[in-house]
Design a protein around this ligand. Structure first.
Ligand SMILES: [Zn+2]
Length: 715
């Protein structure tokens, strides 16, 4: 079959190198639980968690009493207007390079979990002041996504949602397809751009916001925080230890264990949950080929499912996991026996704490909503001594270091020619990079500025530069909570410095602070200057040089000051909007879908066996089509149905953890293999698996199909 993977056909070496760049460019109501309707999924384990954990947490983390309203602005005593919404943003499921590792040949071959956009609106009831926060199950938010979402919201809601009060934050899953970044060159640095993928992410996010907007109701917001144990480990400890001993002595751990959680309630009860916790979603490693939200996606889906409320929106948003991996063995494995097991374990550790914090949240958010946002050009941003402690300094045009290509060895490493900690420019390596990628030589000025980072690629000079140098940074106040939103991956100590900077500028009202990383753009990593000097992976990927953190501290301080004093802040630069300027690669395969003679789309191959017991894995194969050719029009490729009182009812679909679908391109057509993990307490009886999809007929029309497996008997 002429199945071409449009994303991998280019220069493989290039892709291998550019890979992690894909990073860049290239790129609970206890009662409710107990009322779970579906007997298949009675969460015994979680009932125990619900009952035991809160008690445990009261002991471990005494909750502070309701904080006094220290708000100097207009107080909001009658609560907020609150809304939440969720929508699908699953990318093309076959043949598209996956975002994050940039591992050669890591292209999508199916779906384990669907990806979602989860939107939350918090609004003052009697003013225009509001925050829109979106947590999206993708690797990164390109700033053009933010611009497009805001434009579309403007056309419906006018000036309610603007750059000032909208935060789109990625969970940073490494198991979603890439190709939604606007490419600025034909070279590998920018990778492929698929307009259809960009469009479906944008429209999914907008849909989740519209649902949230339409659901706005008066309600109360509660905040809680507590530690998550054994869900992350520092992967660049030697870099962390470059930070001053006196500073390190202030903290018990070299990762941030705190989860901060918001509980949304209205007169009907709790209806949404949003939390932030810092750990890399790399439990699914680069060997994985199935779309997955990783541990954050798992935890979110499980939290929602456990409420028994289909409308409940629960997000596990990302924070500052720059140097924090979920691979607890520090060798791209652990703590589980395989990727799926590890994902579930790390997800469950976050889920259990979230359930407990949610159940016990009693500190009400009181006070006003306010925000400040600014664009800055980080190619040459001047920073004062207050933030550098080394005299006035300047940031550099963006550049990747050798250790970027080396990758993080604890999360699987990158190209064999490179490794973490490289600080010497090599003539031979430069030559190899140039002949294999065709990249321009770096400028000496940028190399000096970026010292001691040996330059792999310079992306911040030229007209236009290969990557936008304009970064969007925001600060938001919701009552006693401050949220700093940054377009970066911030390391643990860098995050602490940023939080301290912001809190030092804010008044007594600020009791809580979270950093929402991966927000409104993607600008690589941010280490401390001390960590940078060691050029571990994170330092090699700190795009604007060693003064990147002090620059963000200065920007955050200005925003916090403006917020505190009620003064406006204006950007000196505009964003170099790249929408409509990138050449889109064809995503859809327009040739007719093929099948062997006598077969039909959705035809199930004979079952290997028909009788199963609990916890067994059912596998069924179907004749299928390339799912990318019908992207994004199929909402669910899988349904598991159970015969109840003479009717077939759906008990699981392709968003569920228990199901997986994997496509393979065979000689005469596509085979979809669907697997379903039977739960540990299934109802005995008859089940079947349905496969749906779309194919392209000889006239180029798209035609829906579905087919059913034979009957599966569970004893
Ligand atoms: Zn990352």
């Amino acid at each position: 079959m002429g199945v071409t993977s449009t994303s991998t056909r280019a220069h493989e070496w290039q892709m291998a190198l550019v890979s992690p760049i894909l990073h860049s460019t290239i790129s609970l109501h206890s009662a409710q639980y107990l009322k779970m309707q579906n007997s298949m999924y009675k969460p015994l384990k979680f009932s125990i968690i619900v009952l035991v954990l809160p008690a445990l947490f009261y002991l471990t983390f005494p909750l502070s009493a309701n904080s006094k309203n220290t708000n100097q602005h207009q107080p909001v005593d009658d609560g907020f207007l609150l809304g939440s919404g969720r929508a699908d943003i699953t990318g093309p499921a076959f043949g598209i390079a996956m975002w994050g590792f940039g591992y050669d040949g890591q292209v999508t071959e199916g779906i384990h979990q669907r990806l979602h956009s989860r939107a939350f609106i918090i609004a003052e009831p009697n003013s225009q002041q509001r925050l829109l926060f979106v947590s999206a199950d993708i690797g990164s938010i390109e700033h053009n996504i933010t611009l497009e979402v805001i434009d579309r919201l403007k056309s419906v809601y006018g000036e309610l949602y603007t750059l000032q009060n909208v935060i789109l934050s990625a969970t940073h899953t490494h198991s979603g397809p890439t190709g939604y970044w606007h490419s600025r060159s034909d070279g590998g640095l920018s990778g492929a751009f698929y307009q259809e993928h960009f469009e479906s992410i944008v429209s999914g996010i907008v849909q989740s916001v519209k649902t949230a907007h339409n659901n706005l109701q008066t309600g109360s917001l509660f905040i809680n925080s507590g530690d998550v144990e054994n869900a992350g480990i520092n992967r660049s400890r030697i870099a962390y230890e470059q930070n001053p001993a006196a500073e390190r002595a202030k903290y018990s751990f070299n990762t941030e264990k705190k989860m901060t959680l918001l509980k949304f309630t209205n007169k009907m009860g709790a209806f949404a949950m949003l939390n932030w916790f810092a750990v890399h979603p790399t439990s699914m490693t680069y060997y994985n080929r199935l779309i997955s939200g990783d541990h954050k996606g798992y935890a979110a889906r499980e939290f929602e499912r456990l409420t028994g409320d289909m409308q409940f929106v629960g997000a596990f948003a990302q924070s500052t996991p720059g140097d924090v991996t979920a691979n607890l063995n520090l060798d791209n494995t652990g703590p589980g026996v395989d990727d799926f097991d590890s994902t579930k374990i790390i997800g469950t550790r976050q889920l259990e704490v979230a359930l407990s914090l949610f159940e016990t949240a009693n500190e009400k958010i009181r006070g006003s909503i306010d925000y400040r946002q600014i664009y800055v050009n980080l190619a040459n941003y001047s920073i004062s001594d207050e933030f550098t402690a080394a005299g006035p300094q300047i940031t550099c045009p963006s550049a990747y270091g050798y250790s970027f290509a080396g990758g993080s060895s604890e999360d699987g490493a990158g190209h064999f020619l490179f490794e973490e900690g490289m600080t010497e420019q090599s003539f031979i390596l430069d030559f190899l990079v140039k002949i294999t990628t065709g990249s321009e030589s770096y400028s000496e000025k940028t190399q000096v500025c970026q010292h001691p980072k040996p330059i792999l690629w310079e992306t911040g000079t030229g007209s236009p530069p290969l990557q936008s140098q304009i970064r969007s940074v925001s600060i938001i106040r919701i009552g006693q909570l401050a949220i700093l939103a940054l377009p970066t991956e911030v390391t643990t100590m860098a995050a602490r410095r940023l939080k301290n900077t912001v809190m030092s500028k804010l008044g007594g009202w600020a009791k809580h602070i979270v950093i929402a990383g991966y927000s409104n753009g993607y600008a690589g990593y941010v280490t401390t200057p001390e960590e940078y000097r060691l050029q571990q992976y994170e330092g090699g990927h700190t795009l604007h040089g060693q003064w990147s953190l002090p620059a963000y501290q200065q920007i955050a301080a200005q925003l916090a000051q403006a917020l505190q004093t009620g003064t406006p802040i204006a950007s000196q630069v505009n964003y170099d909007d790249w929408r409509g300027k990138s050449k889109s690669m064809p995503l859809a395969i327009s040739s007719p879908s093929s099948l062997p003679k006598g077969k039909f789309f959705g035809e199930a191959l004979p079952l290997q066996k028909t009788k199963y017991v609990k916890e067994e894995l059912v596998k069924v194969q179907f004749w299928s089509s390339n799912p990318t050719s019908s992207y994004p029009n199929v909402n669910s490729f899988i349904e598991v149905r159970y015969l109840q009182n003479g009717q077939w009812i759906t008990i699981a679909n392709d968003a569920d953890w228990s199901t997986k679908i994997h496509w393979s391109a065979e000689e005469q057509g596509f085979i979809a293999e669907i697997s379903w993990q039977i739960p540990d307490a299934p109802d005995s009886g008859q089940y079947k698996i349905i496969h749906s999809g779309r194919y392209t007929d000889g006239n180029g029309n798209q035609v829906d199909f579905n087919g059913a497996s034979g009957v599966i008997q569970i004893e």
